[in-house]
Ligand binder design. Structure first.
Ligand SMILES: [Zn+2]
Length: 424
């Protein structure tokens, strides 16, 4: 299972954050949870194909969660999709989609399978396939809102082929029976027990999508023992009253759910536009639940990195604008005020003397050496710079051997100091 956040903003998009949407890739199919504006473009940028979408799940009817739906469905129509598409959401989703296409006088050419969930429901399996199911439960927001859990069913245990052959198993159907948990009787009457040949079933991966909501017991139920709990953290603890009022969670609420649900990894998302630095929220969540990550748009999260790494790679170079701005502007205002602009333009006008290609450490050491008349220290300096040049040369050879001495491209997404363990 690969989870690709497509939009991690709440309510209003910002220069760096798009509206809520996350894609889950599993065995070549994509399941889209919420479809904020721009979700379809973000999919392309994230290296996912829109034609791979099997199901779309809408949490609730706040526009930041479904404003990209009609655009995406139109694209699929233009791509001449003929495969069925399932759309799950609160009651009214069918009316909304059909009204839009009636209004535009468009006949959708592919079958749409609507699964509508009525307000007041307690729990429902909205999708049930051979290998996985999706469970829905109501959350606690200012309006009817649904949380989802994507659960892979247990995978059959591994077959001990050597042992099976020793016991006389040779036909394909016999292996199938054993895998299905049935004992097989051979021609000579001996019975080969499935339990002797097939190992314990392996638990399937799971992912919970919980937004928008205050803390509620259903969030814990949906997130119980999940591999990845994707939970909103709109506000920090200092705005807990606002969170309560608007039906949202704080970073601490998200951590509380993660703790009670015993999830393996909490990923926080749906950040209020007031936080230009979402790591404030990450720090708060990590105080209570350490395995927490911040959802970063287009950066995939793997449940099985050994097998999944490289399957989905972003098609765009990702750069965190905030980080660049913060160099000259630490007040996190996003660099949009006019005084900041003036400062920057003044900075640009300043002309500096071109720096000499000097291999010394810094200005101080340069001065020290230039003042010194001691011949010995001068020699030492020469020797030092020589060896340093050698080292640098070796470095270049090791790193950029294939690039003709050029620097290697930087990592796509800058790692934060908090992100000190490998992908999950
Ligand atoms: Zn929202």
């Amino acid at each position: 299972m690969i989870i690709v956040p497509l939009g991690v903003g709440s309510a209003t998009p910002t220069a760096t954050r798009h509206l809520s949407s996350v894609a889950v890739w599993r065995e070549g199919s994509v399941y889209l949870f919420d479809c904020g504006e721009n979700a379809q473009m973000r999919m392309l940028q994230g290296g996912l194909k829109r034609s791979q979408i099997d199901c779309i799940f809408i949490s609730h009817f706040d526009t930041d969660h479904y404003s990209g739906l009609i655009g995406l469905l139109s694209t699929l129509q233009l791509q001449r999709r003929d495969r069925e598409l399932t759309i799950v959401g609160p009651e009214g989703i069918k009316k909304f989609v059909e009204w839009n296409f009636d209004f535009a006088n468009i006949d959708i050419s592919y079958p749409l399978n609507f699964v509508e969930v009525e307000e007041g429901f307690e729990e429902e399996r909205v999708v049930d396939e051979d290998e996985f199911y999706i469970e829905a439960r109501p959350l606690n927001h200012t309006k009817f809102c649904i949380g989802y859990r994507f659960q892979e069913k247990d995978k059959p245990g591994k077959v001990d082929a050597e042992k099976a052959q020793e016991q006389g198993i040779s036909e394909d159907w016999q292996y199938k029976e054993l895998k299905a948990g049935n004992d097989v009787e051979l021609d000579d009457g001996t019975v080969v027990k499935s339990a002797d040949i097939v190992g314990h079933p392996r638990p399937g991966d799971s992912f919970a999508y919980i937004t928008d909501t205050k803390y509620c017991p259903n969030s814990v139920k949906l997130g119980m023992n999940t591999n990845v709990l994707f939970h909103e953290a709109t506000f920090s603890e200092s705005l807990s009253e606002k969170a309560e009022e608007t039906g949202h969670s704080t970073a601490k609420d998200a951590a509380r759910v993660a703790n009670e649900a015993k999830t393996k990894l909490l990923v926080i998302t749906h950040f209020s536009a007031r936080y230009t630095n979402e790591y404030v929220l990450l720090r708060e969540a990590r105080d209570d639940f350490f395995p927490t990550w911040v959802a970063t748009e287009l950066r995939p999260i793997f449940t099985d990195p050994a097998h999944e790494k490289g399957i989905i790679q972003p098609k765009v170079y990702l750069k965190e604008i905030n980080q660049n701005n913060s160099k000259g502007n630490n007040n996190n205002s996003g660099g949009s005020s006019s005084s900041d602009k003036k400062k920057r333009s003044r900075k640009k006008k300043k002309r500096f003397r071109k720096r000499k290609n000097y291999s010394g450490k810094d200005k101080k050491s340069r001065e020290k050496y230039s003042k010194s008349n001691d011949g010995d220290s001068g020699n030492k300096r020469k020797r030092r710079t020589k060896s340093r040049n050698k080292k640098d040369k070796n470095k270049n050879d090791n790193n950029g051997g294939n690039n003709g001495g050029q620097r290697q491209p930087k990592q796509i997404t800058p790692r934060t100091p908090f992100d000190d363990f490998d992908r999950f």
